[in-house]
Design a binder for this molecule. Sequence first.
Ligand SMILES: [Mg+2]
Length: 366
Amino acid sequence: MAAIVKVDFEYFRVPLEETLVDAKHGDHTHFELITCALATADGLEGIGYTYTGGLGGRAILALLRYDLGPYLLGRDADGIEALWNDLQWRVHYVARGGIASFAISAVDIALWDIRGRKSGLPLWKMAGGGGRTARVYAGGIDLDFGLEKLLANTRRYLGSGFRGVKIKVGRERLSDDFDRALAVREVLGRENVFMVDANMVWPVDTAIKAARFFRKETGALWLEEPTVPDDHQGYERIGREGGLAIGSGENLHTIFEFRQAIEVGRIAYPIIDAGNIGGVTGFLKVAGLAGAHNLPACSHGMQELHVSLVAGVANPGWVEAHSFPIDRYTARPLVLEGGMGVAPDAPGTGVEFRRGLLEPYKEIPF
Ligand SMILES: [Mg+2]
């Protein structure tokens, strides 16, 4: 028994260098970072976190502060899965699959940090020990970039060592998306991987048309979130009639939503985010579900953490190096070697925030 004796939650509103736009979430000017620090009676401390695209972070903080935090005090930090389940049920009536998933993620990641520090194991080993490296691609949030800027950005990614790039699609005219994708593909060449992400914007019929084009003309690896995330029948049609592998997951926030997306929607690339699926515990549950369907576990956002999880599992897919630079505020931003992300080897999650850099963005909303 390692009783939790201290909980502390903080909220940071971190500005982006420029406004980043995608098809459905709209303009991003900030990301919100919500941290959870836990301490146990045996003297261990762990830190967990979640993030948003700029909205809802204060609600996550409130759920943590008023409803989950007091409940954690005195509970056993060693019993992570049992606690994960208890936390789910505690707030499920008002928040299941929404802010509960984000709040529980922050707690769960802190618990895994403690587990690793206690056992001396890094996250990639705790996740399964499959390997220490993972394939990584750069995920642009670039829908409103002009063509020249989009291509310059692609070249910059290649220059930084990435061997895969994803661009946003879903502009007003489909032909515009097609032209941009062709131009980016030409810069990438066939030796690098290319993906497109529509951020849920299209009706099913438009998505099928787009999928056919991207498959035939650009050899894209996947089309991500072509339509509403829980229209699983729609996803199945898009994949089948469009002939292109479909990726989805950043807007699926329970294990059961992923099950539907895989079994009904027939997605080929489950894209999991430990920041909104219930932390490391949720990530590993979905990665296992993906494995049972012979699918690779990919990740969305939080590359500084996900590199360990994707590297460690038995069915590794691709890590997205997201355009929200959370890793810039950590002691060890994503490390790339030969196009592969290298997981940290320190005990725990290997993610340590640089408080000095974050401090100017701390807000105390209540
Ligand atoms: Mg996406």
